[in-house]
Write a protein that binds this ligand. Structure first.
Ligand code: SAM
Length: 218
């Protein structure tokens, strides 16, 4: 089957059938070719609903979980989004299809540079990149941006990093897997004038978020 047909089948069987509701999210998944973000030797697996190795001990996340996280934070076309854990850049492209601007942080330079080259080739002009510790958010990033409407964390944290809460705009939403190194819950945080509201959206398993407000590097 052609990649385009595999992409349509993945969206139908793994996203729509499992309740991903946002039209914008579905359209983005139909548009962005996942095979471009997967290493050549395993490209035939691109439309399996599973994480895949991208080298450096990291993964491109499972499509359903990416769609669920995007759905949960209700992305709007006016949003400035902070993404922690660029990885392959696949989720970055999906976010950039919907949001006004995407600010993405990755701690492993080779991954960030590979993703940036690909996303530049694909002619995305609304993405800003930073190599560093994403537990500190967009601290000292260029261009300066002090707060974000949405924050999406694609690696597992022991606790919610305080720096990320501080960089979430009022009425903003953050999604972050939180738990131990092996198993986590997907937590959505709503920032309101009365404080933050945390909602649990079930179990998941991500690679660890390594950094000052995350896990130590083992
Ligand atoms: N969403 C990505 C994609 O579509 O390919 C997959 C992200 S992968 C599951 C998690 C990424 O988070 C890895 O690339 C890892 O290096 C990165 N990471 C871990 N700790 C980080 C930190 N403190 N700051 C930035 N990136 C971090």
């Amino acid at each position: 089957m052609k990649f385009e047909d595999q992409r349509k089948a993945m969206v139908k069987c793994h996203l729509l059938a499992r309740g991903v509701a946002s039209k914008k999210v579905i359209e983005a998944f139909l548009k962005v070719p996942r095979e471009l973000f997967v290493p050549r030797q395993i490209r035939h697996l691109s439309y399996n609903d599973s994480p895949l190795s991208i080298g450096e001990g990291q993964t491109i996340s499972q499509p359903y979980i990416v769609a669920l996280m995007m759905d949960l934070i209700d992305i709007q076309s006016s949003d400035k989004i902070l993404e922690i854990g660029t990885g392959s850049g696949y989720q970055t492209a999906l976010l950039a299809e919907i949001a006004k601007e995407v600010y993405t942080v990755e701690r492993i330079p080779v991954l960030l540079n590979r993703a940036k080259n690909l996303l530049n080739e694909m002619e995305y002009e609304n993405i800003f990149y930073k190599i560093g510790d994403g537990t500190k958010g967009w601290e000292n990033g260029i261009p300066t941006c002090l707060e974000f409407n949405k924050i999406i964390v694609a690696a597992a944290a022991p606790d919610i990093p305080e720096s990320l809460i501080n960089q979430l705009a009022m009425d903003g939403k953050m999604v972050i897997p939180t738990g131990n190194r092996a198993f986590q819950n997907l937590i959505v945080i709503d920032k309101t004038s009365e404080g933050t509201i945390h909602t649990n959206h079930g179990g998941c398993a991500f690679v660890p978020l390594i950094g000052e407000e995350g896990w130590y590097d083992s």
